[in-house]
Design a protein around this ligand. Structure first.
Ligand code: FES
Length: 160
């Protein structure tokens, strides 16, 4: 099924207001292309008969959407209060040092994109790091080199 047809299916759920389908439509487009390029946003807008600017404004509000290409792996470090008080910033800095890039960027080998995000809902297990959407709990800066080695394929992942 084409992206256009898939978006028409979700659009049919909201016959009175097709812009209400923008979130599932953006998810479909990101699933198709890996990120929401200007062309992808235009495709979504055309399918919903709205504007690319509207689609981009919605996409830019949510952490789940990527407006730039991402690496093979996605590392998201929560830096909200509960994680911050137990050293989330040191975790971020450790990832930056290991990956050679800043939060919001992708390592030069294209393997890992590093982001900081708002509360991931695991405040009691801070610091939370989501690695490819799987949560690691109680992450300390000292844990970071091993995580990066996993992602770079130096050691096997544990699939948790
Ligand atoms: S503050 Fe980090 S998971 Fe809630």
């Amino acid at each position: 099924m084409s992206l256009y047809d898939a978006i028409q299916e979700v659009r049919a759920i909201y016959p009175e207001d097709s812009e209400s389908a923008v979130l599932p439509a953006l998810r479909l487009a990101q699933g198709e292309y890996g990120w929401l390029s200007p062309d992808a946003l235009r495709e979504v807008a055309d399918a919903l008969e709205t504007t690319p600017a509207y689609c981009k404004s919605v996409a830019s509000f949510y952490d789940q959407f990527h407006l730039a290409p991402i690496g093979e792996h996605l590392v998201e470090v929560c830096t909200n209060v509960s994680c911050a008080v137990v050293g989330a910033q040191r975790v971020v800095e450790a990832f930056e040092g290991e990956l050679g890039c800043h939060a919001g960027e992708t390592s030069a080998d294209g393997k890992v994109t590093l982001r900081t995000v708002e509360c991931l809902g695991g405040c009691g297990w801070a610091t939370i790091v989501a690695v490819d959407h799987h949560y690691r709990t109680h992450v300390k800066a000292d844990d970071v080199p091993a995580i990066v080695q996993e992602l770079q394929g130096v050691v096997e992942t544990h699939g948790d």
